[in-house]
Design a protein around this ligand. Sequence first.
Ligand code: ADE
Length: 232
Amino acid sequence: MRFKIVTLFPDFFESPLKSGLLGRAIEAGIVSVDIVNIRHFSEDRYNKCDDYPYGGGAGMVLMPGPLSKALDSTVSAGARVIMTSPGGRLLDHEMVVELAKNDEVCILCGHYEGVDQRIIDRYVDYEVSIGDYVLSGGEYAALVIIDAMARRVPGFMSNAESLAEESFEDDLLEYPHYTRPSSFQGMDVPEVLLGGDHAAVSRWRHGEREEKTRKVRPDLYKRYLMRKILGE
Ligand code: ADE
């Protein structure tokens, strides 16, 4: 999977792309991330990339000239272009699964008050928000999207099982985990996990997942129940 990030702040990505599973996957060549600095495509000698909005209003708008050049320099034919924006469609598990079917995804990091609409009309396939709150820049959202997608690439995770059992795969959140010691500050690991009865462990875990989802995410739980009723 190839990611292209089009951004005003390339340094932002330095450490996250070197760390953890994502860093390891990039080093192993399972995913690649190219960073494109919009400022390199500025059309004036002050490296200006934003300007006042036509019609007035607060904030600045990213100019179409540098953005189109930056995108043309990196987006391959057939690649999907995402723009991060609080005004986009909310990212969820289904969207991550869909997006991860693409070999190449370019993420344009939105900034300031916005991006000239003509760039969105010409280049952008999906405007994506990672939640109903406003971030100080689209770079935070871009990292979230990349990580969520990259971990679906075969070989990204060492344990093939973990994708199937994790939260959201079947509208249920994860069950609680425990490790040694079996007793910690007066709190004991549930008896069933110590007994070695795998079927009983599975039943217990499923029950815990249902209970947690019902309490914490009634919206997901409703969907889970609907699917169960429909036998999906
Ligand atoms: N840029 C600012 N806020 C954002 C959000 N919630 N999601 C995606 N991009 C953003």
